[in-house]
Design a protein around this ligand. Structure first.
Ligand code: PBG
Length: 342
């Protein structure tokens, strides 16, 4: 028996750390925070145990809780007091994200990243104002009212103008980084141009560069009240079947000046994370989304999985695949665990 090669030699306790290929630090993590303009008390999010929507007044306290765990960055999502077809509350100076960002940046050292999208702000729940779909068969004639929705889609170029305004209003409120998540063509160039024009050339853009049309966003859409009222997002988010297309999408964002490239969701798309890591030298982010969080919680609740262990293993795997930073609802728990292990 030739056993020259015994990989188990390096799996002994005292050497495992020395040969470990991947490390995870609290500073790799970004914690999503939901700020809700429709409430004056904290509301637990049922499908995301441990997470809450907090009123603007509590946004600073909420962020302080995150910072205490060693996590240094937050991603702010807003639920506005009212919605309309254009999503105008998204760029209001006194909008929910703007108000929270002003307070958080004034009172804490958190690195504040803001989600730039319209789906929480439009009354139809799509990521921009709608237009009649252009590619439809014209011979269909005037659609009757009930299937009218089926012929509507997001107006890409009109949305870009709104995204400009939102990004500038966030930067004006003190956002450290802007994260557009709407998957509109040309969104990074439009936002970069607007930020530079208004004196925010130092504010980086983390683009949701390859964002898939995923069923794993379900719990988030409850949390942020952003589910589309009709149809789905497959006209703008990517088809889960496509990997080469992700390279093209990401390349466009890189060319347009994205500073950080994000893949979303994370666990079902680790092949994409690995591929983008190989092809680009930008920092790569992965979004461990609400469904990835909720499913582990649900299984743990049944006693089928050990929550701490699967959460940590998930995040280590996302890093091993090539992500430098991870957006995750597990940020606080895992950061606490990492500090305790030290
Ligand atoms: C859109 C947005 C979504 C998420 C983050 N930003 C939802 C969507 O595209 O429908 C999902 C995040 C998650 O599931 O954790 N603004």
């Amino acid at each position: 028996m030739d056993l020259t090669h015994r990989p188990r030699r390096l799996r002994q306790d005292r050497v495992r750390g020395l040969v470990s290929e991947t490390s995870l630090e609290p500073s790799d993590l970004i914690a999503p925070v939901f700020v809700d303009a429709t409430t004056d008390e904290r509301i637990p999010i049922e499908s995301m145990p441990g997470h809450e929507r907090v009123p603007v007044d509590e946004s600073v306290d909420r962020v302080r809780e995150v910072l205490e765990t060693g996590v240094e960055a937050v991603m702010i999502f807003g639920i506005p007091e009212s919605k309309d077809p254009e999503g105008t509350r998204a760029w209001a100076e006194d909008g929910v994200v703007q108000a929270a960002t002003r307070r958080i940046t004034a009172e804490t050292d958190a690195y504040v990243i803001t989600d730039v999208c319209l789906c929480e702000y439009t009354d139809h729940g799509h990521c921009g104002p709608l237009e009649e779909e252009l590619s439809g068969d014209d011979e269909r004639g005037t659609p009757c009212d009930h299937d009218r929705d089926a012929t509507m889609t997001v107006d890409n170029d009109a949305t870009l103008e709104s995204l400009d305004r939102i990004a500038v209003s966030h930067a004006e409120a003190g956002a450290d980084m802007i994260a557009p998540s709407g998957m509109m063509d040309g969104m990074v160039a439009a936002i970069r141009g607007a930020l530079d024009r208004d004196g925010y050339e130092h504010v980086p853009i983390m683009s949701y560069a390859a964002k898939y049309e995923s069923a794993f966003y379900g719990p988030f859409r409850d949390a942020a009240d952003g589910a589309p009222s009709f149809g789905d997002r497959r006209h703008y988010q990517m088809d889960p079947a496509n990997a080469r297309e992700a390279l093209r999408e990401v390349r466009l964002d890189a060319e347009q000046g994205a500073d950080v490239l994000m893949i979303k969701p994370a666990l079902p798309y680790l092949d994409i994370v690995a591929e983008i890591r190989r092809e680009f030298d930008h920092p790569v982010a992965a979004y461990n989304v609400s469904g990835e969080y909720a499913m582990l919680h649900a299984a743990a609740e049944k006693g089928w999985l050990e929550l701490d262990e699967v959460a940590l293993e998930s995040l280590v795997s996302i890093k091993r695949a090539g992500a430098d930073l991870i957006l995750t609802y597990f940020a606080e728990e895992v950061a606490n665990r990492l500090s305790a292990d030290r």
